[in-house]
Design a protein around this ligand. Sequence first.
Ligand code: NDP
Ligand code: MG
Ligand code: MG
Length: 331
Amino acid sequence: MGKIYNDEESSLDFVKGKKIVVLGYGNQGRAWALNLRDSGLNVIVGLERKGNSWILAEKDGFEPKYINDAVKDADILIFLLPDMVQREVWEKSIMKNMKEGADMVFAHGFNIHYKLILPPKTSDVYMIAPKGPGNKVREYFEKGGGVPALIAVHQDISGNALNKALAIAKGIGATRPGVIETTFKEETETDLFGEQVILVGGISELMKNSFATLVSKGYQPEVAYFETINEMKMIVDLIYEKGLSGMLRAVSDTAKYGGITVGKDIIDEEVRKRMEKALTRIQNGEFANEWIEEYQRGMKTVKSNLNEVDNSLEEKIGKRLRDLILKGSPK
Ligand code: NDP
Ligand code: MG
Ligand code: MG
């Protein structure tokens, strides 16, 4: 069982008064910068360009600085730029300008684990990976809670890297529910596996294929949408609150029996073998290389697939139904 740290086992003292630069002001960047500032820490927002983030950070009361300037006297650099952008910005603006010995902090292990960024041997390198999107990191914090996170230490020069990881985790609210210690390797590989096999990939394909099966056999797309896409949230909410066994107990006996028997037939040994193949491609770096190439070619595959989803029947039906559904859901 992994070690879980709570709020009392962490102290902000390890990072208090240090100059913390949050690099990027997007999903995670904005939430982290605001939460760390509200926790009484010294936060500067570092950006590469005067775009939307710059305007938003100013609106939120920060005075953003260009990254090459912001990192000069910073003690802690938090990398919250998109994973594929981090190496470019590292090479162009950070590597030659950062103070020797400054901490390098990540929210995902990708760049360190796959060696896209090689940190200097003088820096502490650690990670706080929130297990939820940035808007939730901010929203839960404001309500007195926090999104749980994984923490890991890659390089500990000072002997205090874990304490500093816990301090930053506390500053964003993650120690309120608790943080679990992991490694950069474990976080990176499980995160990629999760998003590919289930969270983003697997679940969408299950929805799309079950929707298409019903529609192709003549059922109304609206009815199919409710059944194969919309109700997913209610089932997932049950699992979130009560676990798989609680969900099974909450559905009808007919759903229990059908779900248990047919589910195993749909997601069978062959699917499991393909899950293992996806994991192997993550472990041996094949996926990372493929993704870097895709990014460098202008993300053509991502764009064309997004376009396909935008123009799909389920999206057209979904747009029509979501307004009705949202009207009925509690505020
Ligand atoms: P975002 O995509 O939201 O980052 C956007 C920020 O990066 C903006 O400030 C944007 O500035 C800037 N940016 C984007 N492209 C460039 C570029 N080419 N050059 C310079 N600046 C650029 O990132 P996330 O918050 O999603 O991810 C940050 C890190 O957090 C990643 O390591 C990710 O894996 C990790 N993470 C993300 C989670 C999530 O839910 N999103 C969950 C857990 C971890 P501008 O406005 O000028 O475009
Ligand atoms: Mg993830
Ligand atoms: Mg991820």
